[in-house]
Design a protein around this ligand. Structure first.
Ligand code: AMP
Length: 516
């Protein structure tokens, strides 16, 4: 397939120049403003170079206009954008910068104190986002031609091998992912989305930002999810048409609804009913949540299934049937299949390994050829690691094939990575981490530990220690101290047995906390 302009999102921006692209706490900005600001960022990043030629540029910028201008600026300079999580602690950031080998790091002033020692230690150049946007560099210089097959976006995602891996997509891949979403959900320039998702994760970047911008829509971006602010905004809005979130956000909004007065509840429902689409994804949506949301908002949530490595894979239909508990059918341009243990392709009703193929698949795990090779079959199907069943053409997810991958609040986390970190704690002799099913969080991170002789440990102490080292959503919110871990004859920890500990007795004395 030939793509007329490599940076398709930007190409369309010229058509929509006068339309409002971003509304954020910083103000309201048109597509023309975005083009001007991103050209300045690109010029600043280029310096004397003509093309960043695939150099990685990491950026730690709060959600809003500056974020989008920086992302586009990196692309226009020929760089690969590496979005950093604005709430990650120093060790996580340090790992990402080193693994991505980012020569330049763009940051808002508020993150400078955190980033500066890291960039200095690694010999990377730290640039001030506001200075770039104000165009201290020339904005009129010629920008490079960036071919569609060049790297565009590097997003870190947890796997079964411990530390997160960078999933690299090209401009052509992003364009295919974006077009598929825009087609499936009929996004147009008339849409306005309320954006509340983190912008270091594909859901927030691709679905809720790049796809609407490609269509010329308006993105109203909040700095972070805040249940009260979202509730109030939806209740007051006559312009919003789209909302996309993870199940945990719907659960929090539903709690907020519960606490509201009857007139507030009615206003919120009216606001939801004025929208044309509300989407849930990144983690399984409990059918109870789906039903509850329908009662309180009048909206039938559309559930979709995607991954950092594939963009969107499966989704319920915009028009037509949305079977509760299923994630629908393949997205436009995407193929899906289920394989049994022997590699046989399965028919309807048989559960097996879900594989995805299409122009939407990422290119590689950055600098990890072996992991990349393992991820794909010889004929180009991506092994998702998810187990599913197809019922009359509609897919239902049954879980992960690995017990070491957890989904908490929509974030994919690796039990092995958390274990590796917790093992460093002076009181911990042995540790095993599992996901425990939870109605609001999907799964909660649960740690079972064996302590060193004479030591004590409680959950608050562990979390305070862990905050310095791990992203807050990776910190255990459940803790059990055990005399020994349940192991099989080979010495391998029996994780299903561990899960049972919590399921059988969910509220022991101490050791329980709401995740952040
Ligand atoms: P991530 O790359 O962080 O978006 O995580 C991708 C994983 O999230 C998938 O492999 C699934 O395990 C899970 N996931 C995404 N969407 C859904 C969904 N609608 N239902 C259940 N699991 C989902």
């Amino acid at each position: 397939m030939s793509i007329p302009d490599p940076i398709a999102t930007l190409a369309r921006a010229h058509e929509h120049a006068e339309r409002v692209a971003v509304v954020a706490d910083e103000g309201s900005f048109s597509y023309a403003d975005l083009l001007t600001a991103s050209a300045r960022v690109a010029s600043g990043l280029l310096g004397d170079a003509r093309d960043l030629a695939g150099e990685r540029v990491a950026f730690m910028v709060s959600p809003g206009f500056a974020y989008v201008a920086t992302l586009w600026g990196i692309w226009r300079a020929g760089g690969i954008a590496v979005p950093l999580c604005v709430t990650h602690p120093a060790p996580e950031l340090s790992y990402t910068l080193a693994d991505a080998d980012a020569a330049q790091v763009v940051a808002h002033a508020e993150y400078r104190a955190l980033l500066s020692p890291l960039t200095q230690a690694q010999g990377r150049c730290l640039l001030d986002c506001s200075a770039l946007l104000q165009g201290l560099a020339m904005s009129t210089r010629e920008l490079p031609h960036v071919a569609a097959d060049r790297g565009a976006l590097l997003i870190y995602t947890s796997g079964t091998t411990g530390k997160p891996k960078g999933a690299l997509s090209t401009h052509a891949i992003l364009t295919a992912q974006i077009r598929s979403i825009v087609t499936a959900w009929e996004i147009t320039a008339q849409d306005r989305i309320l954006h509340v998702l983190p912008l270091h994760h594909l859901h927030g970047i691709l679905n809720a930002l790049c796809a609407p911008l490609y269509a010329g829509a308006c993105c109203e971006i909040l700095p972070r999810f805040d249940a009260h602010r979202v509730f109030t905004r939806i209740a007051a809005s006559h312009e919003l048409s789209l909302f996309m979130a993870v199940p945990t956000i719907y659960a929090k909004l539903s709690e907020r609804w519960q606490a509201a007065s009857a007139p507030e509840q009615a206003a919120f429902r009216a606001g939801c009913e004025r929208m044309r689409l509300m989407v849930s994804g990144s983690a399984a949506l409990p059918v109870s949540m789906l039903e509850r949301w329908r009662e309180l908002s009048g909206q039938r949530l559309l559930e979709r299934y995607g991954m950092t490595e594939i963009g969107m894979g499966l989704g319920q239909l915009l028009h037509g049937e949305r079977r509760p508990g299923t994630v629908g059918v393949p997205f436009p341009g995407v193929q899906a299949r289920l394989l049994g243990d022997t590699g046989r392709e399965l028919a309807d009703g048989e559960a097996g390994a879900l594989q995805i193929r299409g122009p939407n698949l990422f290119r590689e795990y950055f600098r990890r050829p072996e992991a990349t090779a393992e991820a794909f079959t010889a004929d180009g199907w991506f092994r998702t690691g998810d187990v599913a069943v197809r019922e009359g053409g509609h897919y239902r997810l049954l879980g992960r094939s690995s017990v070491d991958i957890l989904k908490t609040g929509g974030f994919k986390v690796s039990a092995l990575e958390i274990e590796e970190c917790l093992r460093e704690h002076p009181a911990i002799a042995e540790v095993s981490v599992v996901g425990v099913d939870d109605e609001h969080w999907g799964e909660r991170v649960a740690a079972a530990v064996v302590l060193r002789a004479g030591r004590n440990l409680d959950l608050d102490t562990l979390r305070t220690w862990g905050k310095e080292r791990l992203a807050s959503y990776k910190l255990p919110s459940l803790l059990r101290v055990l005399p020994e871990l349940p192991r099989n004859a080979m010495g391998k920890v029996l994780k299903p047995d561990l899960k049972q500990l919590w399921l059988a007795n969910p509220r022991p004395a101490g050791g329980e906390k709401r995740p952040p």
